[in-house]
Design a protein around this ligand. Structure first.
Ligand SMILES: Cc1cc2nc3c(=O)[nH]c(=O)nc-3n(C[C@H](O)[C@H](O)[C@H](O)COP(=O)(O)O)c2cc1C
Length: 205
């Protein structure tokens, strides 16, 4: 029997046509984000934030600064998936529950903080790369959580980043990496598109 995760990878498609009459409860939105945050992040930094745009007014405001993409108002919710610039100073707090759970010995924390400082401190490009990686892993995991709940998802980069940051009160250390519309698919969405040949994308060394 095919494993359900493989089935989901093969079934998933980008959803652009949503049932405009169906909403998600805040509890359902929380469950999607709870699952999304099971994705891995560098040093367990968890340098992300998910803004769930789900009222008609907020969706209209977002659509106006996102290429007028209809799916933003049609979908039950559109997430602004934010990455936060990687900052080793956040790490002791993020690792405390890991120590508490008995997974990591407490004396290791300082070593991780030093390693993270070596990577990111004074390195704005690396801080930003990590923000984008983190948000992207979160978005990908959210997409599959949505799929498992019978929902469709559509990622978007077609939006005005400065306007989104301004109008949705992003902090100075936050980047709106992606929008992700999530809701109930209707008939007419394309199937998953064909991919490039294996020889073009895989290098075996
Ligand atoms: C990072 C990213 C940005 C995207 N931006 C948009 C967008 O702004 N508008 C849109 O309609 N589709 C957007 N898409 C959807 C892609 O066109 C779609 O995922 C791609 O054609 C593959 O579709 P499939 O996975 O269903 O085969 C985006 C996808 C990704 C991953």
């Amino acid at each position: 029997m095919t494993h359900p995760i493989i089935t989901a990878i093969e079934e998933r498609r980008t959803t652009v046509l949503f049932d405009t009459t169906r909403v998600l409860s805040d509890a359902q939105i929380q469950e999607l984000v709870r699952l999304a945050t099971r994705a891995p992040t560098s040093f367990n930094l968890q340098n992300w934030r998910f803004i769930a745009v789900r009222t008609q007014d907020a969706k209209a405001r977002l659509r106006a600064i996102a290429w007028d993409q209809v799916k933003i108002t049609d979908a039950a919710v559109t997430f602004i998936i934010c990455g936060q610039l990687a900052d080793e100073k956040t790490l002791p707090d993020r690792l405390a529950p890991v120590v508490e759970a008995g997974i990591m010995p407490e004396p290791m924390v300082a070593g991780w903080v030093d390693a993270a400082a070596g990577l990111y401190a004074g390195q704005p490009w690396r801080q930003r790369d990590e923000a984008v990686r983190t948000a992207t892993f979160g978005a990908a995991t959210l997409i599959f959580a949505a799929h498992a709940m019978g929902l469709g998802a559509g990622p978007m980069i077609g939006f005005d980043q400065d306007a989104v940051a301004r109008d949705f009160d992003l902090a100075a250390n936050e980047i709106p990496v992606m929008l992700l519309s999530v809701g109930f698919p209707i008939a007419g969405n394309w199937p998953q598109k064909p991919r490039r040949p294996m020889d073009d994308v895989l290098t075996l060394v």
